[in-house]
Ligand binder design. Sequence first.
Ligand SMILES: *[C@@H]1O[C@H](CO)[C@@H](O)[C@H](O)[C@H]1NC(C)=O
Ligand SMILES: *[C@@H]1O[C@H](CO)[C@@H](O)[C@H](O)[C@H]1NC(C)=O
Ligand SMILES: CC(=O)N[C@H]1CO[C@H](CO)[C@@H](O)[C@@H]1O
Length: 354
Amino acid sequence: MRSCLFTLSSFVILSIISPVLGVTLATTSSAATPTATVPPVASVCPGTRTKFKFFGVNESGAEFNGATIPGLVNTNFVWPRTTSIDFFMSKGFNTFRIPFLMERLNPPATGMTGPFDQNYLNSLKSIVNYITTTKGGFAVIDPHNYMRYINGTVISNVAHPHGNVYWPPQSIYADVMNEPHDIAVQSVFNLNQAAINGIRASGATSQLILVEGTSWTGAWTWVSSGNGAAFSAIKDPNNNVAVQMHQYLDSNGSGTSATCASATVGADRLASATAWLKANNLKGFLGEFAGGANDQCIAALQGALCAMQQSGVWIGATWWGAGPWWNANYIFNIEPPSGVAVAQVLPQALLPFV
Ligand SMILES: *[C@@H]1O[C@H](CO)[C@@H](O)[C@H](O)[C@H]1NC(C)=O
Ligand SMILES: *[C@@H]1O[C@H](CO)[C@@H](O)[C@H](O)[C@H]1NC(C)=O
Ligand SMILES: CC(=O)N[C@H]1CO[C@H](CO)[C@@H](O)[C@@H]1O
C-alpha cells in the first residue's frame, strides 16, 4: 500500500477492536465458510493457464502503529492468528506474507545492524515456523519499512534483517523491502542488489528472494517509473529471484477505495509489467493486490488473475489483507470469519485460481 506508514497509524488505531479480543477470536475463526459458490475456473478464465506456485494473503499486524516504537505486543501490534493460517490453507492457499517493522526487530538504540529484539524475533520465528514447518506452507518475510528506518531516514543496508535471521527451512522467503518510494530508481535497485548479495553471502542460498522497485513497486507504473529499465539487470548468484509488484484497482491505484476503475482494470494495469517480465525472462510475484467487495471489482480481479495465469510469468500472488486487527468493514479485510472480502471476493475471485 502506497500510503505513508505514519499517517496511517491513527486509522489503524481506530481499526483495533481490542487486543484482548484478538486472542479470544482466535478460537472461533476457523468455522467460517464462504457463502457464495465457487465458479468453475473455465467460466471465468478459459484456455491454458499456469497455476501460481505461491498463492495466499498478507497477514498484517506486527507492523501496526509504526509511530510507536517499540510498542507493546497485543496493545500496539499483534501477530497473525494460527487459525487464520489454518483457514486459508484448508482452502488450498499456501503462502503468507508477514509484514514486520525493522525498528521493532532492530531497536533504534543499537541501530539497523545491531542485535535483534529477542521477543519480537521469537514471535516472528514462531508464526513463520507454524506456516512452514507445521503446515507445509510458504512464508514471505516482509520488512514493511518503505526503505526507511526511524523517522523516515532512507536506509543504506537491507541485507541485515534477512541475512541474519534464522533461515533453515527452504520455504522462508525474503521480501527485500516493502514499497520503496520517493527514492531514485537506481538507488533502490542498488539496495536490492546489495541485499541479494548479502543474503546469499550469509549462507541463505536456496530461498527465493523477492525484490521491489520504487514508486511503491506498482505494476502499472513498473515500466514508466524506470523500474523496468533498472531491474532488468538484477542478478542472483543462486538464480532464484522474482520481481514483486503491487497493484490496487481503484481509480488512483492507492488501495483506498472499494470502487474499481473498470471491470477490466486488473488485466489492463498488469499488461505492461507482464510484457516486461516476458521480455526480460524474469518471474513476477504480485505481493499486494485488492479490490472492493462488489461485482465490478470481482470481475476486475478475475481478469487480473486470469491474465497472470495465462501469461505463465507470474509465480505468485498474495491478497491484501488478512490480520487480527483490521476493522471488520475495512474494504479489503479477508480475515476469517467475517472480513468483508470473505463472503464473495474469496470464493468468486480468488478460489477459482487456487
Ligand atoms: C524521531 O522523531 C521523534 C519526533 O520528532 C523524536 O521524538 C525521536 O527522538 C526521533 N527518534 C530518533 C531515533 O531520532
Ligand atoms: C486516491 O483517491 C482516494 C479517493 O478514492 C483519495 O482518498 C486518496 O487520497 C487518493 N490517494 C492518492 C495518493 O492520490
Ligand atoms: C491498502 C492497505 O491497507 N495498506 C496498508 C499497508 O500497510 C500499513 C501497515 O500495516 C497499513 O497501515 C495500510 O493500511
